[in-house]
Design a protein around this ligand. Structure first.
Ligand code: AKG
Ligand code: FE2
Length: 374
């Protein structure tokens, strides 16, 4: 049902966005005046959010108050992780229940020892919970990027042997990248029993505090608290990603994110392509190192009764350098039943629990294999 609703569109046509198209697909929203408390600035941000979310569901935030140094340290930490010996990363392999740990895709395995390191890997984890839901916007410095500034030896739990099945599932994928997932360190015993969360596999920690979900609620003409129940104790994930120069191969296939909201730090290397609904094709957008790229996922489309978009996107690193990004995913309370907010008209989607939606999404991403080319 969900998979039908959010069917993938097979298209390979793509080109660079012109500056005007870039601004339309991925508009720049300046949080500076709002965070400085300038009169009218909050209203302007809310209006810009509404317009972006109705068109592509993508926007990029500048003057978000996270220092350049935080980003720099985060990317340094990410590079340090991916430079670990291959065997060491393999020991941190992602377990599919908690969605934490290192992930590599089959090219990595199939290409043999020499090129193996230059193929696809992933490290997954999660941020502290209330990053997007509560607290003050001025504390945006407590971001996913900030949360990976901690350094130290690899320590987390290692589920040895559990990875064989993952590799078999991934054996037909054609993606080309590596990544690492991590997440909240403040999980209750009850939360630890649930999927899509668990102890981290690499040392990371942060206290997070951000109100973007409240601004988004207001942009829909709703109370700023409209999403509070959805994300009072949310499942989140942060993913360190490294895309080696791909030589025409796709880094991440066409997909929509499952999360309500994704926020991503990126280095200066291009690679993200967003599907433009007007042109009906993918456009490669320009990276801005100082911006946080934000996009809405399928959960937000349901919550907003399809008023806000969750756009297809993908990654092709056509450069000759590695590309590093750090997306954070706000997935919401694991038991929350996602349904269109009643204020937004007759519901266009069936209710679905966050857990089921995530499971459906993960199953699709590990079993459906699009054949995009860059
Ligand atoms: O790395 C990027 O630019 C995008 C990553 C992405 O789309 C994802 O991890 O869902
Ligand atoms: Fe994505």
């Amino acid at each position: 049902m969900l998979s039908q609703m959010f069917q993938k569109v097979a298209t390979n046509a793509n080109r660079d966005a012109t500056p005007e198209e870039n601004e339309r697909l991925l508009p720049v929203i300046d949080f500076g005046p709002m965070l400085a408390g300038e009169p009218g600035a909050r209203e302007l941000v809310i209006e810009q959010l509404r317009s972006a979310c109705e068109y592509s569901g993508f926007f990029q935030i500048v003057h978000h108050s996270i220092s350049h140094e935080v980003f720099r340290n985060a990317f340094r930490a990410s590079k340090r992780f991916f430079e670990l010996p291959f065997e060491e990363k393999l020991e941190l392999s992602k377990d599919m229940f908690s969605n934490r740990g290192y992930e590599l895709v089959q090219d990595f395995v199939l290409e043999g020892e020499e090129t193996a390191f230059d193929s696809q890997e992933v490290l997954d984890g999660c941020a502290d919970d209330d990053w997007c839901c509560s607290g003050s916007t001025s504390n945006l410095a407590a971001t996913p990027a900030a949360s990976i500034t901690t350094t130290g030896a690899v320590n987390g739990s290692v589920s040895s042997g559990s990875n064989a099945a993952v590799f078999e599932d991934e054996i037909v994928s054609n993606e080309f990248r590596e990544s690492f997932y991590f997440g909240s360190e403040n999980l209750s015993a009850e939360r630890l029993m649930r999927p899509f969360q668990g102890p981290n596999k690499w040392p990371l920690h942060s206290g997070n505090d951000f109100r973007l979900m409240r601004l988004l609620a207001e942009s829909l003409g709703l109370s700023e608290h409209a999403f509070d129940d959805f994300c009072s104790d949310p499942t989140t994930a942060i993913r360190l990603l490294r895309y080696p120069p791909a030589g025409g191969r796709v880094g991440v296939n066409d997909h929509r994110d499952a999360a309500a909201l994704t926020l991503m730090a990126q280095d200066g290397v291009a690679g993200l392509q967003i599907f433009d609904p007007e042109l009906n094709q993918f456009l490669a957008v320009s990276p801005r190192k100082d911006a946080l790229v934000a996009n809405l996922g399928d959960i937000m489309t349901i919550l907003t009764n399809h008023r806000y978009k969750s756009s297809l996107h993908r990654v092709c690193n056509t450069s000759s350098q590695d590309r590093y990004t750090i997306p954070f995913f706000l997935q919401g309370n694991i038991d929350y039943v996602v349904a269109p907010l009643p204020e937004l008209g007759p519901p266009q989607s069936e209710p679905v629990a966050v857990e089921d939606l995530l499971r459906d999404h993960f199953q699709n991403s590990y079993t459906s294999h699009t054949t995009s080319v860059c």
